[in-house]
Design a protein around this ligand. Sequence first.
Ligand code: SF4
Ligand code: SF4
Length: 358
Amino acid sequence: MAQAQARRAVESGVPDHTPFLHPTLKKNYGNWKYHDRPRPGVLHHVSHSGDEVWTVRAGTQRQMDVYTIRTLCDIADQFAEGHVRFTIRSNIEFMVSAEAKVAPLIAALGKHGFPVGGTGNSISMIAHTQGWLHCDIPGTDASGVVKSLMDELHEEFVREEMPNRVHLSTSCCEINCGGQADIAIVIQHTKPPVINHELVANVCERPTVVARCPVAAIRPAMVNGKPSLEVDEAKCVCCGACYPPCPPMQINDPEHSKIAIWVGGKNANARGKPTFMKMVAAGLPNNPPRWTEVAVVVKKILRVYKDDARPWERVADWIERIGWPRFFEKTELPFTKYLIDDWKGARANLNASTHIRF
Ligand code: SF4
Ligand code: SF4
């Protein structure tokens, strides 16, 4: 019998991107002299070697069917030079090495409904979490909120007239894999989970679920002779963290799962430190298919920011300058004591015990 071969390690990290680079980018990698922005949505890079490349940025809806991707690839083959890349906010960029190719490329993108913009101070395409397509715990359809909002906001992607970049994100649970954003739309559960005791013993690893709760509100319990769990509803902050490891603790609810708006987060450290976003509106209806009430609040904040912020102020910088009272006055959003919690009290109001964490 042949000797068993040693198994080889499978490399599954990020693939090397260099074979896919546009040849001009590859040739001049790390050797750029300067770049400018001849018009919104177009970047022009000049290399020390004298080579030039124009990059045209178009917005996409992020979750794309195969026909849309083929359309974009056909545009790349016909009007660009066969190379594309995606930005972190799901825009697509086409590179060309001759200025004469820029206008026909923009016309082709426009003909197929892809707006060109986003290279300057604009609202970028909204980053959204996976939602119903890939994740098992969403309380809303993040991509649906994005589609509805960008239908109304995409002119601000094309025009680039905001004081600084505005990054928006949507997250379909409170655990929020969407991260920080200038304006974020985040699901908000308002009632504790409802436990299906019949299923808990078969489906959930109870110590894991108990350890998962940030306020230690979950306890093991025997219910109808079966091992199950119980929730101290006075303690529960309705975060939804128990639902992923224990689906019988259902927290999604068509009436009680709402939407909250958070503002002032950013990951960049340009001109100021990264900042955490803070909640400024809560209890908005989770109202598909157009999420009208959410759009009203987001557009109101954007309008006031656009009118009131100084050039280059991000949303967080603008609020820092005018102060939270003025923010609520100007946006006419109702203020309650539950908003803009900055977690200074987290050591006291959240469970930080090492005894019941993982
Ligand atoms: S935000 Fe929550 S529900 Fe949505 S994809 Fe991320 S982890 Fe899943
Ligand atoms: S994990 Fe969150 S939702 Fe679940 S019981 Fe604890 S506080 Fe409530």
